[in-house]
Design a protein around this ligand. Structure first.
Ligand SMILES: [Ca+2]
Ligand SMILES: [Ca+2]
Length: 193
């Protein structure tokens, strides 16, 4: 099962470290696991940033949970679920409001990359893109520097200089903006490159 011909990359210790870093970023309440609580916290910060109605928090949190995890993970093929039961367990647990330990996510992705790296890549792509949809506040399919700074604050990165530097590294220039493709590609290049 670990020798699929379509393999385009390997899961190295460096990949694992980067995935761990990303999941740690998503674990905004820093309890070592990803759960609905993290997405709700991101949503409540977002609602504060843009001074939206408090009622929007739950809806936005649900949207993030669904688009990041449940729908994408559930969509993974049956054959993969059979070989990598952790993947379907993650989707079920997230939907049920349970915590998914970061270590479990890492193991699941290691197994997924080994089993079918193309599928691992497209699954991660969907997970990364889920955030683009939210952080593109005015929904013009670009993330501006300002939208990015707000997004990073929602993840708990308070320093705008750091966010601006990351933004430039991702391909946005000082006045510039990031397209969906640039945003997704730079995350994937970082995580899997
Ligand atoms: Ca958490
Ligand atoms: Ca925008």
């Amino acid at each position: 099962m670990s020798t699929d011909q379509g393999s385009i990359f390997q899961c190295t210790p460096f990949t694992v470290e980067k995935l761990r870093w990303w999941f740690n970023l998503l674990d905004v309440n820093k309890d070592g696991s990803i759960s609905e609580a993290d997405f709700q916290l991101i949503a409540s910060r977002y609602v504060q940033e843009y001074q939206l109605e408090e009622a929007d928090t739950a809806e936005l949190g649900d949207k993030l949970v669904n688009s990041w995890g449940t729908q994408k993970l559930e969509a993974v093929e049956e054959e993969v679920k059979h070989n990598i039961p952790l993947i379907s367990k993650m989707a079920d647990d997230l939907k049920a409001g349970l915590n998914i330990a970061q270590d479990d996510i890492i193991v699941a992705f290691e197994q997924l990359i080994e089993h079918n790296s193309q599928l691992a890549r497209s699954t991660l792509e969907n997970m990364v893109a889920a955030f683009f949809d939210v952080f593109d506040y005015n929904q013009d399919n670009y993330i501006t520097k300002q939208e990015f700074v707000v997004a990073m604050r929602c993840f708990g990165l308070e320093e705008p200089e750091v966010a601006e530097t990351v933004f430039v590294c991702m391909g946005g220039d000082q006045e510039g903006r990031l397209s969906r493709q640039e945003y997704v590609d730079s995350w994937l290049n970082f995580l899997l490159g």
